[in-house]
Design a protein around this ligand. Sequence first.
Ligand code: PGA
Length: 247
Amino acid sequence: MTRRRLVAANWKMNGSLAANAAWVARWRSLALPACEVALCAPFVYLENLGKALEGCGISLGAENVSEYEAGAYTGEVSAAMLSDIGCRWVIVGHSERRILFGETDAVVAAKTRAALAAGLSPIICVGETLEQRESSQTLRVVETQLAAVISVIGAAALARCALAYEPVWAIGTGRSATPEIAQHVHSALREAVARFDPAVARELRILYGGSVKPGNAAALFAQPDIDGGLIGGAALQAEDFHAVCAA
Ligand code: PGA
């Protein structure tokens, strides 16, 4: 197994020029972690952050991308533009975008395809709501979300993606999934990919997200199918994010 751990920050709609500069300064004072590290931040700060983070061992990512290539799409940001300013990653299908901005499985799949076409690596998010978990639909929900993407990009293209399991009930709630619950879903997702392409499934990094903190990261990351994390709240402080990376 050659999966290198990946820990990605998701700043969401947080930050300012001053706060971001302070974050980078604190990060620079800490030792480089052994895992691969990505920082996904609001569009407007990406170019500046890319320059500030040079030599920091962090690759840059966006939190969203247009499904369209170019043209009359007021307010949209294309995958080629993100690539142009130095992004390597982009989060697609985050539950906040699915729930608050109405992104369907088809839109998430189209965004994944657009990201790949521009040479970006998508971090594809899947996850169930509390209601879906309580009615025993978790695996059906996450496998349907994943299948919608695979039907558009093909399983082989997952080799250029990371997958993130983020139970909606665990995001920003302080109530993380237990390592056992997360491992159960991660292994089911890996098996689902293996039904299409066993080699891709073995190499695919599946991140856990949802209230990961310095105190619970090590137990989550010790699970055999958890290959890192997507970190929201705890990524807003450089020291906390660094501690999660160290775990
Ligand atoms: P959280 O968010 O770590 O604040 O729960 C994770 C995410 O939404 O990606």
